[in-house]
Design a binder for this molecule. Structure first.
Ligand code: ZN
Length: 188
């Protein structure tokens, strides 16, 4: 048998993103995902006067081999808050899910739906949730779980019959997200 041809497809040309919006919410798995992914774009947007908020699903506490999780959590949360401040983001929240073992499923969708309903963004940014980065490098499990749940939660947030226990005086359904953008993705 002959070897299979190289399955790597060249990336599609990059297209400008819409900038006629006011509020974005970035939901990612770990502190530093935004810095590796889209923080420069965030700096551009906040420089235009837009409001951008960050939501970290975990605190990245399992990310440094030589540092125990309790200490690592403190360090990485502080680094994230400072990194956000530098690009004009004041609102950073940490959902406290367990780093490294985030599971895709209804509980994660419920958690993220509440965040979307509370922030009422027009644009949601997340990270690559495909199996690879476009070549042979496998993606990390938390990224895949979180990104998939973000896409679902954006839809769930607009449906009053999904997670209705969240709705009441303070929260209403939010169907105003125009687009979800996934940075670093071979199929953004
Ligand atoms: Zn990450």
């Amino acid at each position: 048998m002959t070897a299979p041809t190289n399955p790597t497809v060249p990336p599609a040309p990059l297209l400008p993103l819409a900038e006629d919006w006011d509020r974005a919410l970035c939901i990612v798995a770990h502190p530093d995902d935004m810095e590796f992914g889209a923080a420069a774009a965030v700096a551009r947007w906040t420089g235009q006067g837009k409001s951008v908020a960050y939501c970290m699903v975990t605190s990245g506490e399992a990310g440094i081999d030589a540092m125990p999780p309790d200490r690592c959590r403190e360090v990485r949360e502080a680094e994230q808050v400072e990194s956000a401040r530098i690009v004009g983001v004041e609102a950073v929240e940490f959902l406290g899910q367990p780093d490294g073992v985030v599971e895709y499923g209804v509980p994660l969708r419920r958690l993220l739906t509440e965040v979307v309903r509370r922030h009422r963004p027009e644009v949601v940014v997340t990270g690559n949730f495909r199996e690879t980065w476009g070549g042979r490098n496998l993606n990390q499990a938390d990224h895949i779980a979180v990104g998939r749940a973000v896409v679902d939660a954006v839809r769930d947030a607009g449906n009053r019959w999904v997670f209705p226990e969240q709705l009441g005086d303070a929260l209403e359904p939010w169907g105003g997200v125009r687009e979800v953008w996934a940075f670093g993705s071979p199929q953004a």
